[in-house]
Design a protein around this ligand. Sequence first.
Ligand SMILES: *Cc1c(COP(=O)(O)O)cnc(C)c1O
Length: 232
Amino acid sequence: MDIKERYLQVLKLKEEATVRSGRSGEEIILIGVTKTHPAEEINQAIDAGITDIGENRAQELLEKYNDVKPVRWHFIGKLQTNKVKSIIDKVEMIHSVDSIRLAREIDKRAKMAGKRMDILIQVNSAMEDTKTGIHPKELKSMVADIIDECDNVRICGLMCIPPIAENPEDSRPYFKEMKTLLENMKMWDFPRSKLSPTHISMGMSGDFQVAIEEGSTMIRVGSSIFGPRNYK
Ligand SMILES: *Cc1c(COP(=O)(O)O)cnc(C)c1O
């Protein structure tokens, strides 16, 4: 199968999960995760109809940026503060904010660029050492701090990467927890211009159907669209 065929296959699976869970397809954005794949392949996906792509390394995003057709870029990986400056005017949303320090830098650079940056807070409910993300218990105080200090940032929801699992059902409890957290956030009394908790970025190639069933609004799908990755 080529990229277009795999993309259409993913769309079909996405649609099936959407219907099964009584949701509407427009609510759920498919982000094609393009790390390790060259601009040429990304453009094939764009020609096939993909509207959103995600990269997890700033350097790689910058290397490809000018060769990729117009599309919405998402930053989905660990972001070092010294890289914020280089991507601030290129991405639609930063999914992986896990410290007030990073939020402050995003705020500063967004202000300089004359824009407001949409962000998600990355939550790590499994509390694995190898992964980034804050503990759910820290969420409210971090949201309060960001709202207090960062005028050029809008918190749009949550992102999570559950532990790697062979069975997609193993991810379900983590997805459920994210949905509960998002529903809690909706009741917090902060200005909607600062906190607009509408998105949950969760679900990858192995488990995006389960994620949709549990309320994901952004699925991040790499290998199912672009094939296996060759890390250099
Ligand atoms: C690589 C990556 C994905 C996509 O993973 P696949 O299993 O290839 O779909 C999703 N989210 C993040 C943060 C990633 O780094």
